[in-house]
Design a protein around this ligand. Structure first.
Ligand SMILES: O=C(O)C1=C[C@@H](OP(=O)(O)O)[C@@H](O)[C@H](O)C1
Ligand SMILES: C=C(OP(=O)(O)O)C(=O)O
Length: 428
């Protein structure tokens, strides 16, 4: 339980945004599949990414980790060994689904488990197509839920049209395709984050991207000796971007924020709502662009958020909803039913927690409607074990009258272990 209070003097100063979670996971995964050494700088030492390291260590990969510096001594895909223990993905959907793609291509037997939240997240979206490629997969409710066991190997390429815009689905199928006989193609309805495509290319994989369709030939090797610099996670920066915009008398700079266009929906929304943002030190020479972003207290107005922008800001919807409570007019969020299958049902948990603070917010089938301009009152909030709901509550406390209590705040360690340290620094 954490007691939090309103910030009187505004947020000021600057922080280095910790490494991107999606890119950190992939650096360990692809480094483990490559032959040779991969070094990673600004790795995110969050619990989710530590789960990925632990899974690959159990598969026999030597990985050194000192906080945000990681070295992976890969020996190629064929060297991954059948583990004597289950692989525990903890709270991480990305670890679960991408691992399933990798494990399906290997001639070994593995069992994947996770925490109580993972046990409720649908896996058929990956186990279905992986079975079609030839993997033998068992699991609760016909392979939809963990525990899931996989006997992989001897896959054939697949032409897969995904019903959801999901980078986890896309990546899982491509990682299986990399080990399959023949060509694999994945098409998605809208473009989801493309870190897998960018990093596989950096590892020397030949892959073709045509709009929302990605194809690759199987039996390709990943080249090694790569040094990966992970940019700051825009999904973590989002909490402070919104805090800077809604807390009176604020001006903060967030350093080296990743600006991959498949992730910058939050910046488009901040801009259309009227937030003041300035960019400096823009760096575009690596596979992933990044920059420093300065945000100041701003007058905000409500907007509609729907369609192809949704996958570009899916994890930012909780904090966008809080921002909308402080904007004039109404904000409508549509086409976001994927929120229901995250660490919690984020339509329900966002609406519940913001209502406790006095917000005028209504859940809909595929999103929420927020009437803004509300003065929030302190309340007892819960993260429900969902890091993003916890951080939304902590940022809300900065503008709510009186005291706010946050239960289960430790969930924040999943993606942002230094969150409260950064918040204290900006509070001065
Ligand atoms: O591939 C990834 O790293 C992720 C993809 C997204 O999930 P979906 O693929 O389920 O949309 C996102 O919500 C998650 O935080 C990370
Ligand atoms: C949905 C998330 O992650 P994952 O799917 O990897 O658990 C998230 O970080 O908000």
């Amino acid at each position: 339980m954490k007691k939090l209070t309103r910030t009187a003097s505004g947020l000021n100063g600057s922080i280095d945004i910790p490494g991107d979670k999606s890119i950190s996971h992939r650096s360990v995964m692809f480094g483990s599949l490559a032959k040779g050494k991969t070094t990673v700088e600004n790795f995110l030492p969050g619990e989710d990414c530590l789960s990925t390291i632990s899974c690959f260590r159990k598969l026999g990969v030597e990985i050194e980790q000192q906080v945000s510096s990681v070295t992976i001594y890969g020996k190629g895909m064929d060297s991954l060994k059948e583990p004597s223990d289950v692989l525990d993905v903890g709270n991480s959907g990305t670890t679960a689904r991408l691992m399933m793609g990798i494990l399906s291509g290997l001639p070994i037997h593995t069992v994947l488990i996770g925490d109580a939240s993972i046990a409720k997240r649908p896996m058929k979206r990956v186990t279905g197509p992986l079975r079609d490629m030839g993997a033998s997969i068992q699991g609760n409710q016909d392979g939809n839920f963990t525990p899931i066991s996989i006997q992989g190997g001897n896959l054939k390429g697949l032409n897969f049209v995904s019903p959801v815009a999901s980078a986890q689905v896309k990546s899982a199928i491509l990682l299986a395709g990399l080990q399959a006989n023949g060509r694999t193609t994945v098409e998605e309805p809208f473009k989801s984050r493309d870190h897998t495509e960018r990093m596989l290319k950096a590892f020397g994989v030949d892959l073709e991207v045509d709009g929302n369709t990605i194809s690759l030939d199987g039996k390709q090797e990943l080249k090694s000796d790569l040094h990966i610099v992970v940019p700051g996670d825009i999904s973590s920066a989002a909490f402070f971007l919104v805090a800077g915009a809604i807390v009176p008398r604020s001006r903060i700079t967030l350093r080296r924020v990743g600006l991959n266009p498949t992730r910058t929906g939050i910046l488009d929304v901040l801009k259309s709502m009227g937030a003041s943002l300035t960019y400096s030190n823009v760096t575009e020479d690596g596979p992933e662009p990044y920059a420093d972003i300065t945000v100041e207290t701003s007058e905000l107005k409500g907007v509609e958020i729907s369609g192809d922008i949704i996958p570009r800001l899916i994890d930012e919807i909780p904090i966008i909803a809080l921002m909308a409570t402080q904007a004039s007019g109404t904000t409508v969020i549509k086409d976001a039913e994927e929120l229901k299958v995250k660490e919690t049902n984020r339509i329900d948990t966002v609406v519940n927690e913001l209502k406790k603070l006095g917000a005028d917010i209504t859940a809909t089938e595929d999103g929420m409607i927020i009437n803004g301009g509300t003065k929030l009152e302190g309340a007892v909030l819960d993260s429900y074990g969902d890091h993003r709901i916890g951080m939304m509550g902590a940022i809300a406390s900065l503008i709510a009258n009186g005291e706010t209590v946050l239960e289960n705040e430790e969930a924040i360690n999943v993606s942002y272990p230094s969150f409260f340290e950064h918040l204290n620094r900006l509070q001065g």
